[in-house]
Design a protein around this ligand. Structure first.
Ligand code: UD1
Ligand code: UDP
Length: 367
């Protein structure tokens, strides 16, 4: 029996770990233990509920205005007890958050092997995304098993000297999650509100975009709504109060823009599936949208998801107001470019990533 401890704490990690947790639970060779850090609270609980996951441990660390040092410090302190109580054969972490970083560091201190889900993504720009790029690079230093979503992410790990037999190309578990959530007949109040319009879904929350870059992004989108009467925007605003403040200041008086609470994941995935276009600085949405054949304008200076850009489904707009305005405007008035983006192939896998990860762990520890 392989004892697998999976640790996550924010919304995106939970969405992408959920299908894997479900898969691990079906395997008789695996004892699956789940620990959430609670780096996010409400946004984490929404996802746990949607996927019916009941953690064995909840570190419940979230504080308003939490800092990177604060999150890391408290996870390091609390994770020690969880690792000592559970003595896992392997600890699974996901992606690039402070939860993933501090958990990997803690496992390393206890000389417990780390498996990294969604390994090998890189910008090689240490401040973009910040601090996620360095979190990812650090986790790669300590991980014994690297679950790379694409050949390109595998290549990064090889270039950095990782042994080939530690890398498993699996696809991204985000696509597995979509298979559990998207329904063709979905309808809700927002999709009814937007009927007959071109519905743009907006999300923005990145730490490096807080303040002026975010204000500029939002102003560009405001100008687009003022120009196109048939465009409506829905923005489920991240619970970080700094984000909500800027969103309220720029969009508060607009009828064509709806600022709403974070959506539960099933609602959000179906909203993406019904949208015309997506504007985002999110990481995960850049993986989901290609699978749903929706064009994405990425509101960031860099992306660690170049596969989507190469496939033609993502365009990197940067963070300057006029650049963003021009890119959205082009897609709204050029159907040929819009259609080409919708037709792009999804480079992030076939929805079977979780099964491949479970297989690899069983092979590694049962042989
Ligand atoms: C974190 C991750 C980021 C990921 C993002 C997903 C790090 C360093 N950053 O950033 O990689 O893209 O999550 O959303 O790990 N808050 C709530 N309730 C919630 C969630 C957040 O009130 O359910 C508020 C709190 O005031 C919290 C603040 O948002 O202090 C920021 O949360 P935090 O996890 O520190 O940063 P994110 O920007 O969410
Ligand atoms: N998401 C959600 N509800 C929302 C907005 C986003 O469920 O209101 C999902 C989205 O589908 C994706 C994940 O949250 O799976 C992305 O999370 P976020 O943008 O917070 O983080 P990132 O991916 O940038 O790390």
């Amino acid at each position: 029996m392989v004892k697998v401890l999976s640790v996550f704490g924010t919304r995106p990690e939970t969405i992408k770990m959920a299908p894997l947790i479900k898969e691990l639970e079906t395997r008789s060779e695996i004892e699956s233990i789940v620990c959430v850090t609670g780096q996010h609270r409400q946004m984490l609980d929404q996802v746990l509920k949607a996927f019916d996951i009941h953690p064995d441990y909840d570190l419940n660390i979230m504080k308003p205005g939490q800092t990177l040092s604060g999150i890391t410090e408290v996870i390091l302190q609390k994770m020690k007890d969880v690792l000592e109580a559970t003595t896992p054969d392997i600890v699974l972490v996901h992606g690039d958050t402070s939860t993933a970083f501090a958990t990997a560091l803690s496992a390393f201190y206890h000389k417990i092997p780390v498996g990294h889900v969604e390994a090998g993504l890189r910008t090689y720009n240490k401040y973009s995304p910040y601090p996620e790029e360095i979190n990812r690079q650090f986790i790669s230093l300590v991980a014994e098993m690297n679950f790379a979503p694409t050949q390109q992410s595998r290549q990064h790990l090889l270039d950095e000297g990782k042994a080939p037999d530690t890398i498993f190309v699996t696809g991204n578990t985000a696509i597995d999650a979509l298979r559990l959530t998207v329904r063709p007949d979905y309808e809700d109040e927002i999709t009814r509100w937007a009927a007959g319009s071109r519905l743009i879904v907006l999300t923005a929350h990145r730490r490096e975009n807080l303040g002026d870059p975010m204000r500029g992004m939002f102003r560009a989108i405001r100008r687009i709504c003022e120009k196109y009467q048939d465009v409506k925007v829905v923005y489920p605003v991240h619970l970080n109060p700094v984000v909500a403040e800027v969103a309220g200041a720029v969009f508060g008086d607009m009828d064509s823009v709806r600022l709403i609470q974070p959506l539960e994941v099933v609602e959000f995935h179906n909203l993406l599936a019904k949208s015309y276009m997506i504007l985002t600085d999110s990481g995960g949405i850049q993986e989901e949208a290609p699978s749903l054949h929706k064009p994405v304008i990425v509101l960031r200076d860099t992306t660690e998801r170049p596969e989507g850009v190469q496939a033609g489904t993502l365009r990197l707009a940067g963070t300057k107001e006029n650049d963003i305005y021009n890119m959205i405007n082009t897609l709204l008035c050029d159907p040929a470019q819009y259609d080409a983006m919708c037709r792009a192939e999804n480079p992030y896998g076939d929805g079977q990533a979780s099964a491949r990860i479970a297989d690899a762990i069983i092979r590694q520890y049962n042989s």
